[in-house]
Structure formats: structure tokens, C-alpha cells
Design a protein. Sequence first.
Length: 352
Amino acid sequence: MNAPLALLAELTHRCPLRCPYCSNPAVLARSSAELTTAEWADIFAQAAALGCLQTHLSGGEPTARRDIVEITAAAHQAGLYTNLITAGVLLDASLLKRLVAAGLDHVQLSIQDADAANAEKIGGMPGAHARKQQAAQLVREAGLPLTINAVVHRQNLHNLPAIIALARDWGAARLEVAHTQYYGWALANRDALLPTRAQLDEATRIVDAARGGAMRIDYVVPDYHAHRPKPCMGGWGARFLAVAPNGDVLPCHAAQSITGMVFPNIRKSSLHDAWHDSAAFNRFRGTAWMPPPCQGCERAEIDWGGCRCQAFALTGDAANTDPACALSPHHALLSDALAAAATNAFRYREFS
Ligand code: SF4
Ligand code: SF4
């Protein structure tokens, strides 16, 4: 079995923004359930011993934790490349200076749109856009590489050329244009977010035309217009692991959406045992678990049957072929959802 390459450290579900496409679970972990600084330091040491090379410090908003500098230092001291995935609105010069001193290597800054008014409508936080611009400037002045993340959907795709221009203006070395993935809050807002086929085709054309310059552009295509699924996470339990704010160890950041599955918790299990021996990580490893039509399919070890979370969300059974595959008996669920996507009203992310 391979070692995991990367650890997604979901430090908290708290966030000043309320994005309707957030991939956090519909039931958010409260701060009282969060792992301590010492527990995270131990997790980073275990991850490095397991073979992980890098960690993504994420959330929610990771800088909402008062100990984010100590956590970053612990990840760095464990020998991990540290990437901060942030909305940027809490990142001031003082904090960034302390993060750099702690060993931070890279910043991924999320934006909701290039148009400030629409960005703040989507994110649900007035004043956020200007604070993000300031955060980008601070990151560049600190000499850190900057990636801009833009999650795109029906209500911001019309501004994609401006989003690409903004990423260049803000000094990004890389732009990730990611179509929304529909689990967590995004699934609850699917009708307001799904793009039309015409929007998707135009977005793909715009991204292709913008590529080739100094700024790298990565493009994550949507599943709902697809004929074959993506190799989600490079295969379940193959390259990636995540630790949720409450200590659950997950093969994918969305895996808690699969209700009924029991995941190991770092307070009761080592990372090594969770990765190698837990029932949850072994449940969908390899190809033996696959149903027809995946079983025997020439793409079985290419796309690994697609996304288990999407199979569960759409069919109620995580062991089904991802409906994004045209060979799935459930493929029509996607066109049904596209036909039903007729509202622009958001249900904002919130603690219940
Ligand atoms: S998607 Fe939005 S609400 Fe969710 S963690 Fe990121 S910035 Fe916060
Ligand atoms: S049948 Fe399964 S393995 Fe084959 S292309 Fe579809 S999802 Fe992939």
C-alpha cells in the first residue's frame, strides 16, 4: 500500500464567510469539539512518519484558530510542506509575518468572484473582497507563492474572464478554476449553482484561451455534464487523508457525508492504523468492492469508479458506480438535477 502524499488538516469549521458552495458538512463541528494544538502537533509528526510530504491547513477558515501560528510551526517542524488554504479576511501583516517565521511555505487564497458586490453576495460577508485583495498583496510582499482558488458556478461564471484577470493582477503564480462539487452545503444549494451546458462550454473555451502565460491555470470540470467520472482523490485511501476538526480521520474531506460509515478518530487510533488497517479506509480501496459496470471495466484503475460521496449523495449507496458515469444505471439523475435547477436563492452556510 502506498503512503499518503498529503494530509488535509481541517483545523476548524468556523469561518467568517458563509459560502453556499462550501464543502464542509451540513452539520458543522463546534469549536468545543476541535482538536488541541498539541493534538495537531502529534498528528503532523505521525503524518510525516507515515510518509506524507505536505499538509494543507484548511477549514472552515484556519486563521480563525488563535493557535494557527503554533500549528503551522508544528507542521513545519515535522518536516511537512505547509500550505495555508484561506479566505484571507483575517490575514493581516502581523499574522502573516508570524506565519512566515513559523515556516509557512505557500498560500491558497479563495475568491468568490471578481466583481466585489457579487463576491460578497456569494460569500455572505460585506467588505470581504477588499480584505482578500489586501491579503494577496501581503502574501506577495512576503515572497510566498500565491495560488488563487475560484469555485465557479452558475452565479459567477459570467465573470470568468475578469476572475482570470484578477488572479494575474493580484500576482498569483497559479489559478485554480474549480467547478463546484456537490456535497455538503453545495448539495443543499445545487439548484442555485449548477451551470448550464452553454456556460460550461464557454468556461472551458475561456480557460483554454487564457492558458500558456506565466500564471498556471488548473481547471476542475463539473461532474453533472460529464460522461465519465473523475478519479476522485486518486482512489479511496490511495494518496490522501484528511483529519476533520473533531479528529475523524477521513479518506476524503467530504466522506463524513456518507452517513452510516464509521471513521477512525485520532483520539482513539493512530494515523498509521487508520490508514493501513481501518475498515473505513479499506472499504473502497482497489477494485474488488466494485459493482458492475465498473467491475471489469477498462477504466476501473483509471477513475476508480468515481466519487463515493457523490454515489452516496445521489443514490443513497456509496458502493454504487458514480452517477457521473454514463454507464451507471443512475446517470439520468444528473440530467434530472440539471433540468430542476431553477432558483437563484442561496441557503447560506450556518451552524445549526
Ligand atoms: S467555502 Fe466559504 S464558507 Fe466554506 S470554508 Fe471556504 S470561505 Fe469559509
Ligand atoms: S463503469 Fe466504472 S470504472 Fe468504468 S468508466 Fe464508469 S465509473 Fe469508471
